[in-house]
Design a protein around this ligand. Structure first.
Ligand code: AMP
Length: 579
């Protein structure tokens, strides 16, 4: 069913950060002009996010309000965060870490995580966030690839997920534990911060110096570490303003977990670079809690995700009625396809539509967006932001063929924007494969209509998006075949009304094992223990054989087509060689 375009009233268009004139005249110099920089053409993300605001007299402005699960509330000004991040940087230095060293964060939505991320950057070191719901295996793989020198985590997470294998990672010199106590071999963050100095100045960095490593899944092989640089902050500042309507003082709430790229780029860096007042909420989705936060914190800009929106929709159209949500002026969504129904539903329930936008770990920031000034075609991801040149292409040998309007092809971008990844850590060939014919190929299938709006069609590869988390089937399959009963495994995503997709595994058993409910439970339990609940398959199905290509690779797409009753067509001839 097609939905009518949602037209924006003139007053909203006029108040939007990005109008047609800005779009037409935009250059990257405009984005860089949003920063202050450091002498000699240097810069530091932490300086742009915090210290420059303090230097400009905004030290007492509210920077972050943290809302804890138990009703706790802590407020931080820009001066507070500047001071704490300086202390954190000093702690790292005092323990012998040097610029370029990699510091990993494994924590939920906690103030300490924000301080650790920006403190690491302040010290000129590289920060890499990990999702705290990961099991020990994904954590260990990522810290190993990243050559982790330090880890910041909580005691509970350390004991459950790190302690057993810590000594196997020789690069790991320092484990900082939030709070006042730490297990043996770790350092308690509280006393270390208290003893540190808060006059640590941000280390001047070259715009091309690495700042962040965000891990993302591949369909084959290990996870990929996408490397992002300090200069990316120009893009975060600009897109925060243009795509998310951030202004100094805006009451802003990003619901993403900082263990993923959205929670860092738009949960920490973009809002602080725009001097907004952000809210950090420890609690996962609980309808009444979320609505109360929107009301009580007077949230103006809300950046959330389709899975959460779909959960809200299930609760009905009256959910917002008891709340005063009059402060809300901009709603946005990212991470998975946003159903057109959800856009229209948002418009009815909140008086504002959700503005879908598109990006991925590799792009570092929002690329395609429905901005405040645009009319919305429900179901479309919007249009490329200023500075971005997008296309729909088809790989053709070493080059590409550009697709016509309305034709489905791979979404491609002209490289060169500041927050584009600069490498996959230690994997040059995999990185090189992302480019062809002068384009960066995103791995997503999409279509552009006659008005220049982009429409998401699906992934061109086998990656799975479940509740907004990107999962590589290979990582799940590898954990499954560690189970003594499993000979081989194939993992696919199947459509789910709420989570977008759910992970399902197909396994063939080793001789001597017979399918049974107990065995299914045991295999699922094994996967949960290794991978964590967010990644492990929800269902395990026994099969005698799995479909394979001539060269022996498991054909996940054929399996999926069969499961969904789709025509197999030419899928069966596809030799998957994705990255
Ligand atoms: P990640 O790298 O984990 O952020 O995942 C990026 C992927 O999520 C994209 O390549 C898309 O497949 C999907 N995605 C992100 N935003 C959207 C959106 N607005 N609509 C549809 N899919 C999206």
């Amino acid at each position: 069913m097609a939905f009518e375009t949602i037209r924006k009233p003139e007053d909203i268009r006029a108040s939007a950060a990005l109008n047609d004139e800005i779009r037409a005249r935009f250059t990257w110099a405009d984005a860089r002009a949003m920063l202050t920089g450091l002498p000699g053409g240097k810069l530091n993300i932490a300086h742009e996010a915090l210290d420059r605001h303090v230097a400009a007299g905004h030290g007492d402005d509210p920077a972050m309000t943290w809302l804890g699960r138990d009703g706790a509330r802590r407020a931080f000004t820009y001066a507070d965060l500047a001071g704490r991040t300086a202390r954190f940087a000093d702690v790292l230095r005092a323990h012998g870490l040097a610029p370029g060293d990699r510091v990993f964060g494994l924590m939920g939505r906690e103030p300490d995580l924000v301080v650790a991320a920006l403190g690491t950057l302040k010290a000129g070191m590289v920060f890499s966030p990990l999702f705290s719901a990961f099991g020990p295996e994904p954590i260990r793989t990522r810290m190993d690839i990243g050559g982790a020198a330090a880890l910041v985590t909580t005691e509970a997470l350390y004991r459950r997920k790190i302690a057993a294998w810590r000594t196997d990672l020789p690069s790991l010199k320092l484990v900082l534990i939030a709070g006042d106590d730490a297990p043996e071999g770790c350092v308690a963050l509280g006393p270390a911060m208290a003893a540190a100095s808060d006059d640590f100045a941000p280390v001047p960095m070259d715009p091309e110096d690495p700042a962040l490593i965000h891990f993302t899944s591949g369909t084959t092989g290990k996870p990929k570490g996408a490397v992002h640089v300090h200069g990316a902050v120009a893009y975060h500042a600009m897109t925060g303003k243009y795509a998310l309507e951030m202004r100094p003082g805006t009451r802003y709430w990003c619901t993403a977990d900082p263990g993923w790229v959205t929670g860092t780029s738009y949960g920490i860096i973009a809002p602080l670079a725009n001097r907004v007042h952000m809210t950090l909420v420890e609690e996962e989705y609980v309808l009444e809690v979320w609505l109360s936060i929107l009301q009580d914190e007077r949230i103006e800009v809300w950046y959330t995700a389709p899975t959460a929106i779909r959960m809200m929709m299930r609760a009905g159209e009256d959910i917002a009625r008891p709340y005063d949500l009059s402060a809300l002026r901009f709603l946005a969504s990212v991470g998975e396809p946003l159903n057109p129904e959800a856009v229209v539903w948002g418009n009815r329930v909140f008086g504002r539509p959700f503005h879908d936008n598109w990006w991925q770990t590799e792009t570092g920031g929002i690329v395609i967006a429905n901005t405040q000034a645009m009319d919305i075609k429900p179901g479309s991801m919007g249009k490329p932001l200023p500075g971005q040149v997008a296309g729909i292409v088809e790989r053709d040998g070493d080059g590409v063929r550009e697709c016509a309007e309305g034709e489905i092809g791979e979404l491609a971008l002209r490289p060169g924007w500041p927050s584009m990844m600069r490498a996959y850590l230690h994997e040059e060939a995999r990185y090189a494969k992302c480019f062809a014919g002068g384009w960066y190929l995103t791995g997503d299938l999409a279509m552009r209509d006659a008005d220049g709006y982009y429409w998401f069609v699906g992934r061109a590869d086998d990656l799975i998006k479940t509740s907004g988390h990107l999962i590589g089937p290979f990582e799940v399959e590898s954990a499954l075949i560690e189970h003594e009963a499993v000979a081989e495994a194939a993992v696919i995503g199947l459509p789910d009304e709420t989570a977008g997709e759910v992970v399902r595994a197909y396994v063939c058993l080793n001789p001597g094992f017979e399918p049974s409910e107990d065995l299914e439970k045991s295999i699922r339990g094994h996967a949960r223990g290794r991978l964590g609940p967010a990644v492990a398959p929800r269902e395990v199905v026994f099969r005698k054989t799995l479909p394979r290509t001539r060269s022996g690779k498991i054909m996940r797409r054929l399996l999926k087509a069969r499961e969904m009753g789709l025509p197999e067509g030419d899928i069966s001839t596809l030799e998957s060689d994705e990255t």
